[in-house]
Write a protein that binds this ligand. Structure first.
Ligand SMILES: [Fe+2]
Length: 264
């Protein structure tokens, strides 16, 4: 988005004051509490003081609600990554090494949508996940499952004009995480979405249907709304599934509104 685009999205009221377009806010109770009893590490890392918005409080316009502006032009414009830096192997995690990784090959695809169901193009999506054995390739990983020399567990893609993304990867494994006795995370893929500037980032997790660990997982269950929890679970899709090759999963990401995907 150029500065001119942003400026065009601002409308000048008759009074000459700037009024920003508003958006539908997600329903209360959608997002997990910052301090969730069953998710032990939140006790230490949640903010103890009310969050400070960094708004530039605009003058109240008569007969209209006060509009706060969290980001100014500096934050919502600027250099973008661009799609030229993304290669085909970035979104195919099974072809990033000379050999093929171990595990169940899967296709994960879907759309990024706004609150009105409109596709959001040009969104950089980054994913990270364990290998099939439930192990991350990370220096602080302690799970004694084997590393896979042919799998890094990191991918990137940019949504196309229809807001679509597509990854080919390996089904991640469950892993122990020490939150409580015999605590295992259900299989999941971490998703990060960048918007039109690097200050616009959303992070969440995608889960798999039928996972017996989901009812036991404090992170999944910290989302208070049942429907919002279900929206974090991908749908198995036989139409996406490719014969003799890979299982297909479909997962849409909704940025805002009452059907919003829950972000961390
Ligand atoms: Fe994880």
């Amino acid at each position: 988005m150029t500065t001119a685009d942003v400026s065009a999205s601002l409308t000048a009221a008759d009074s000459g004051r700037l009024v920003l377009p508003s958006y539908e806010r997600p329903a209360a109770g959608l997002h997990p509490p910052l301090d969730f009893e069953g998710y032990r590490s939140t006790a230490l890392r949640h903010p103890k003081q009310p969050l400070v918005l960094l708004p530039h409080r605009l003058t109240e316009v008569p007969k209209q609600p006060l509009v706060l502006l969290p980001h100014r032009l500096t934050e919502v414009t600027g250099p973008l990554l661009g799609d030229s830096l993304i290669t085909a192997t970035d979104s195919d995690l099974t072809t990033q090494h000379d050999g093929e990784p171990q595990g169940q090959r899967i296709i994960v695809t879907g759309q990024v949508l706004d609150s009105a169901g409109r596709p959001v193009p040009d969104t950089l999506i980054e994913i990270w996940q364990t290998n099939a054995g439930g192990r991350y390739r990370h220096s602080r990983e302690h799970h004694p499952a084997p590393l896979d020399p042919n799998f890094d567990g990191i991918g990137r893609a940019i949504t196309d004009a229809g807001g679509k993304y597509r990854f080919v990867t390996i089904a991640p494994g469950a892993y122990p995480w020490g939150n409580h006795y015999n605590a295992w995370r259900p299989a999941h893929i971490h998703f990060s979405l960048f918007g039109r500037a690097f200050t616009q980032r959303l992070v969440t997790q995608m889960y798999f249907p039928g996972d017996p660990l989901l009812p036991l997982d404090p992170i999944f269950n910290s989302v208070p709304d049942e429907k919002a929890r279900q929206r974090l679970i991908a749908n198995f899709d036989i139409e996406l599934t490719q014969p003799e090759w890979a299982l297909g999963y479909h997962w849409d990401i909704v940025l805002r509104g009452r059907d919003a995907t829950v972000f961390e």
